[in-house]
Design a protein around this ligand. Structure first.
Ligand code: PGA
Length: 261
């Protein structure tokens, strides 16, 4: 795992955006996996800025999002379809026909999940997958103790995640209990994962992900087995890491071609 620690989240978003740009520039038709939630917002703002200044184009990109709530239609402002339009897609030059998100309102959800997996394969797999991490160690909406071999499927949110996400709803009772999410095996097949985490609230999950045993009780810990993962943390999210100084040492000794900034 490549661990990059920055003083503040803004600096993390900048290095993450540079990595994003590096991957986009090395592929003629990049396939990107995107995440929602509070964490990637700074990264998306930086990508929009790069796009506006002519440094970055999404016109040849295809995108797949990690997850969506069951029962929220794309026009619902709490849906992840809406989040992606307002926080990224409407402000860059991505071709709308190449945007994919799980359909939480499909008549046959199980078939929609299988079709989503097929679509990812059809485009040759995901080059770069953006991830956040839940305070309970989830990635996507793959909650603790779920299968580490899972595929895109309908999942039930944990009570903690419902509480954490209630800030986006008027009433916690309105948070859907069901979601469609890429599975852990789907994420493990992506060619590069870029996971961002900020704040002390994530520090324990971050420690378990990087330095704990690989275990379904912290789904993100499976990323230890992924061939290419970059984890960008702010100091607060990194504060429980035993080998923090080592990660900084490694970054300080990178060769030029291994650096993003
Ligand atoms: P957050 O969520 O970015 O809103 O903290 C991350 C996640 O649950 O994966």
């Amino acid at each position: 795992m490549e661990i990059l620690i920055r003083d503040i989240p803004e600096e993390g978003a900048q290095v993450a955006a540079k990595l994003f740009k590096k991957i986009l520039s090395t592929r003629p038709q990049p396939v990107i996996g995107l995440a929602t939630g509070g964490t990637p917002l700074r990264l998306y703002r930086e990508l929009i800025r790069m796009h506006q200044s002519g440094e970055l184009s999404f016109k040849d990109c295809t995108s797949f999002n990690l997850d969506e709530y069951v029962g929220l239609p794309p026009e619902d402002e709490r849906s992840y379809h809406h989040y992606m339009r307002s926080n990224l897609f409407d402000q860059v030059d991505i071709d709308p026909s190449r945007i994919h998100l799980p359909d939480g309102c499909a008549g046959d959800l199980r078939q929609a999940c299988r079709d989503y997996e097929e679509k990812i394969k059809e485009f040759g797999g995901i080059d770069l997958q953006v991830l956040g991490i839940g305070a309970n160690g989830h990635i996507g909406f793959n909650e603790p103790t779920g299968s580490l071999a899972s595929r895109t499927w309908v999942k039930i949110l944990s009570e903690q995640t419902i509480k954490d996400n209630a800030i986006y709803f008027d009433d916690p009772e309105e948070v859907p209990r069901h979601v469609v999410t890429m599975g852990i095996a789907t994420v493990m097949e992506t060619r590069h994962c870029l996971l961002l985490a900020n704040g002390a609230k994530k520090a324990d999950a971050v420690r378990r992900m990087i330095e704990g045993p690989v275990s379904a009780s912290c789904p993100a810990s499976i990323l230890q087995m992924h061939k290419r993962v970059t984890i960008v943390l702010d100091e607060e999210a990194a504060y429980l890491l035993t080998f923090k100084d080592h990660y900084k040492w490694v970054e300080g000794n990178k060769l030029d071609w291994q650096k993003y900034d």
